[in-house]
Design a binder for this molecule. Sequence first.
Ligand code: UD1
Length: 419
Amino acid sequence: MSEHFLVTGGNRLEGEVVVGGAKNSVLKLMAAALLAEGTTVVTNCPDILDVPLMAEVLRGLGCEVELEGSEVRITTPAEPKYHADFDAVKQFRASVCVLGPLVARCRRAVVALPGGDAIGSRPLDMHQSGLRLLGARSEIEHGCVVAEADDLHGANIRLVFPSVGATENILMAAVLARGETVIDNAAREPEIVDLCNMLNQMGAKVSGGGSTTLTIQGVRKLEPITHRVIGDRIVAATWGVAASMTRGDVRVRGVNHKHLGLVLDKLRLAGAEVTPEVDGFRVIQRERPKAINFATLPYPGFPTDLQPMAIGLAAVADGTSMITENVFESRFRFVEEMIRLGADARTDGHHAVIRGVPVLSSAPVWSSDIRAGAGLVLAGLVADGVTEVHDIFHIDRGYPRFVENLRGLGGVIERVSTE
Ligand code: UD1
């Protein structure tokens, strides 16, 4: 059975939407539960498939995991298993975040490589070289990344790029290593800060979260705790961009607007009135959006995960937008689908030039990843007629209650199943 969305264009989005916990945080926080024997509780978990998939990975490592509503209870044994096999990890890349905690707890980790990804190759070289500096041996063997350490010790590690995943794995290994570790050119994403906060609550000694230098004093043991996941800034911004594209008025709650500083500035440049609020922000767009230029960069730069939605905005903006993708080389592949919807777009390497048209034209289109799928639905909202968006399992992986939320704002969308 496959499912697709039918999106009817032409409706202004209006109302309020509440976002849940961040997908890019919750999975790492669940992995961090491996670092402490006993029961760790993670709250404000989003209702997306990756959460039960991560629960399966942890069960395979010997944990007991209970999911109830937006709460996950993970009970980690004194001696977790160290082998996450292919069946457990194949469905989502983020599972590689168990690598650091397993090396820290078991001094040994074997994690199957999840395979390719539509947005570009995603090597693990920085994860491995960081773990090697902490004293581990690490190789790729028989389709798995293997890491082993007799003794984990502090080290000075300078990342060649502020990789989110490498920062997290090295951080989670270093918290139980002997001595001091300094990670330079560390990723600064709010999800990294969330992880640092959780680790510190567990008894770790991490300072510098949110800056380019993380300093970690290794401790012998961590304790299980309860931690609430931060709101999903990418989901929140998706609704903000949708408000701007449809000349709507949307209040987004459940997120810290400070995590979206540059994105909200870009919406202002597109002509939106953006008001920060205690628990989120509000976007009102009265006229046709204006063209925007941006380059994706690690935080606090413009997030690569929002590039497809922003291209949707550029496609109907007044003027020509210049967009540069600096993080994932294949992320522009989905632009072909936007062209199918009538976008006047051209890409050359990691640059795209989009000449805005007043309205897009509905067509069948295919999602290639979570964010491309969301970008195509937004484009469908401003296309004439009914746009069919296929391969929507991608969208379901990142957007809890997507149809309900969009309908709640006045969007016209239907989920259709076919044999
Ligand atoms: C995370 C997010 C993803 C987001 C990305 C960048 C999760 C689950 N996913 O992915 O949604 O788009 O951050 O904000 O949190 N790289 C290497 N070698 C490495 C590691 C990374 O070359 O060892 C490269 C990647 O190929 C990519 C760049 O570094 O070009 C950034 O990747 P990274 O920040 O690691 O992204 P992820 O953690 O995989």
